[in-house]
Design a protein around this ligand. Structure first.
Ligand code: PMP
Ligand code: GLN
Length: 389
């Protein structure tokens, strides 16, 4: 039978590919973003107890009320915006489903969606499935020894046309690790004042902001909250990426449309996981302690690499650290990542994979991404290998 693919250019994701390669070559996997340690025992106990308590049948379509209440309280206390528990918060199958459902709900045939490049791999196929067209706007790549990626909002604004439906942003940013400051929010406010577009804000790393800074959510500014869909993930926050539980917060009329897709895509998300997460969220310290926990790991990796030929870039948030390998090799990023995995036993992700055209010269800045959501001894073993190079 001849099948016409709806996503002809999509293959296996770089994360799966590099994890497979790491397993095959028994390499230490600092590639795909997931912790190599368990969630807190208390959280696992809550989920177990929820199962024993009989919470094993369908929960409400939008998520358990108690979990939505705790999400609402968390967002209110951190960002000052109140989302209505009944109509504005939806528990989803990971952040992925929240992103996909939102894109399918709002992007019509021929609509344009602005994405900031480098970008997370889900956005483009989701836009394509919805019949839209992605319009990438490149960040300015790091320049000089202490350089970081940066967004030029005037370039973002210049890409808006009468067909633009959505602007997708992701801060703290995967893979660059950059975060937003107040001037970025000012620029975004200025854009949405002038243009009738929605913001899809992927804030999965909201609890991973370092050096005493705070995450600046779209929910911190009423004007931005009014036109934003904010997406988060308990996978990142509670070291449980395999549970695939996330949520989105959006004004009532937007949430209504997202739920129409959610309802017929997954209908709802496993009850005992939701109940366990709800009980665990009772203690705000369970997420408030995260920046200190991960900053130590970031700093351990940075300190370890200081005697290597890698030059690390600043990581303001996320559990990723970029490193420049230009002192070691002239290979492109993909080839270098494969070589490092196969020959030197450390799996990483090429940053070029976050570009529309990973082969292009402009997508290859000789940068790789390390994930430091790993046990200290895993990081130490990787460092030992990396300093040999
Ligand atoms: N967005 C970004 C930027 C991510 O890094 C991830 C992580 N995998 C996701 C979305 C998906 O999150 P989840 O696993 O909760 O679906
Ligand atoms: N978000 C994770 C990363 O950036 C990967 C998730 C996935 O494998 N789909 O590494």
């Amino acid at each position: 039978m001849k099948i016409q693919s709806k996503l002809p250019s999509v293959g296996t994701t770089i994360f799966t590919l590099m994890s497979q390669l790491a397993t095959e070559h028994k390499a230490i996997n600092l590639g795909q973003g997931f912790p190599d340690f368990n969630p807190e025992r208390e959280l696992i106990d809550h989920v177990h107890q929820a199962m024993l308590d009989g919470m094993n049948q369908y929960p409400p379509m939008a998520g358990l009320l108690s979990l939505r209440e705790r999400i609402s309280n968390k967002v209110q206390s951190l960002y000052g915006h109140t989302y209505d528990v009944d109509t504005e918060i939806t528990v989803t199958s990971g952040a992925s489903e929240a992103l996909m459902s939102s894109i399918l709900a709002f992007v019509h045939q021929g609509d344009e969606v602005i994405v900031i490049e480098p970008f997370y791999d889900l956005y483009l196929p989701a836009i394509e499935l919805a019949g839209g067209r992605a319009v990438p706007v490149s960040m300015t790549p790091p320049q000089g020894p202490s350089g970081r990626y940066s967004v030029e909002w005037n370039k973002v604004e210049a890409a808006i046309t009468s067909k633009t439906r959505l602007l997708i942003i992701n801060f703290p940013h995967n893979p660059s690790g950059i975060t937003l400051d107040a001037s970025d929010l000012d620029a975004l406010e200025n854009i949405i004042k002038k243009h009738n577009i929605l913001i899809l804000s992927d804030e999965v790393y909201e609890h991973l902001v370092f050096d005493g800074e705070s995450h600046l959510s779209m929910a911190t500014r009423p004007a931005l909250a009014a036109c934003s869909i904010i997406v988060s993930s308990f996978g990142k926050t509670f070291h449980a990426t395999g549970w695939k539980v996330g949520y989105c917060c959006a004004p009532k009329e937007l949430s209504l449309e997202i739920r129409k897709v959610h309802q017929f895509n997954v209908f709802t998300v496993p009850t005992p996981l939701q109940e366990g997460l709800s009980r665990f969220l009772q203690n705000p310290n369970n997420y408030a302690a995260l920046p200190v926990f991960y900053q130590r790991k970031r700093d351990r990796l940075i300190a370890g690499l200081s005697s290597s030929k890698f030059r690390v870039l600043p990581s303001e948030g996320t559990f990723f650290l970029l490193a420049d390998y230009s002192a070691l090799s002239e290979m492109n990023e993909f080839d270098f990542s494969v070589w490092l995995t196969k020959e030197h036993g450390v799996g990483v992700i090429p940053v070029s994979a976050f570009y529309q055209d990973p082969q292009a010269e402009s997508s290859n800045q000789q940068l790789i991404r390390f994930c430091f959501a790993k046990q200290d001894h895993t990081l130490d073993q990787a460092i030992e290998k990396l300093i040999q190079l």
